[in-house]
Write a protein of this length. Structure first.
Lengths: 116, 113
């Protein structure tokens, strides 16, 4: 069965610090997608990234970067020079491919608090 | 996630009443997923529908919950005889057009009193 583990329930750092959110997944599929979503206090889900299982290149988008390592089944997310606006709950998710489309299996989330 | 509409955004029901949650997918999308987020938890898959068909309802509670996605109109998640444990945020997501990205709506927050 598909499973996503975000071992860090809560993280609190001071503004401008770098912070890494861990994500470990389990799947028997050879083709899958990994996602990160942000859920700010307002409650909506904001899509951050989708990564194909065949693409292990790390990705950087501004202050955000992602480290995908199939060997350790991990897809970690780093925020560099954190800002108060980064405070949110972050979810890692794994696709479960069915009939050409996907249902997402989410981790429990990591609540990130950036203190001024 | 622009384009996926959910209404109402907030819904309050007393125990025993019915709750109807609506989801209008993005234009051109014919696949809809419903997820439930209990307080302080991650999202859990409930049901996957295509137009007029339920494809996967493995995450739906066996009783009181039903979903539909008619040929015309929004997808409806219906909860009969609500109980306090149904209080949660219900998100729908739509998919289509060859993309593997699911676009989430803003969610409906159901409170059962």
């Amino acid at each position: 069965a598909q499973k996503v583990t975000q071992a860090q329930t809560e993280i609190s750092v001071v503004e401008k610090e770098d912070v890494t959110l861990d994500c470990v997944y389990e799947t028997r599929d050879t083709t899958y997608y990994l996602f990160w979503y942000k859920q700010p206090p307002s409650g909506e889900l904001v899509f951050l990234i989708r990564r194909n299982s065949f693409d292990e290149q790390n990705e950087i988008s501004g202050r955000y970067s992602w480290n995908f390592q199939k060997s350790t089944s991990s897809f970690n997310f780093t925020i560099t020079a954190s800002q108060v606006v980064d405070s949110a709950v972050y979810f890692c998710a794994l696709s479960d491919l069915i009939q050409g489309a996907q249902k997402l299996v989410f981790g429990q989330g990591t609540r990130l608090t950036i203190n001024p | 996630n622009a384009g996926v509409m959910q209404n109402p955004r907030h819904l309050v029901r007393r125990r025993g009443q019915e709750a109807r949650l609506r989801c209008s997918p993005m234009k051109g999308h014919s696949h809809v997923y419903w997820y439930r987020q209990l307080p302080e938890e991650g999202l859990k898959f409930m049901v996957y529908l295509q137009k007029e068909n339920i494809i996967d309802e493995s995450g739906m509670p066996k009783e009181r919950f039903s979903a539909e996605f008619p040929k015309e109109g929004p997808s409806i998640l219906r909860i009969q005889q609500v109980v306090r444990g149904d209080s949660a945020a219900y998100f729908c997501a739509s998919y289509g057009g060859g993309s593997y990205e699911q676009y989430f709506g803003p969610g409906t927050r159901l409170t059962v009193t």
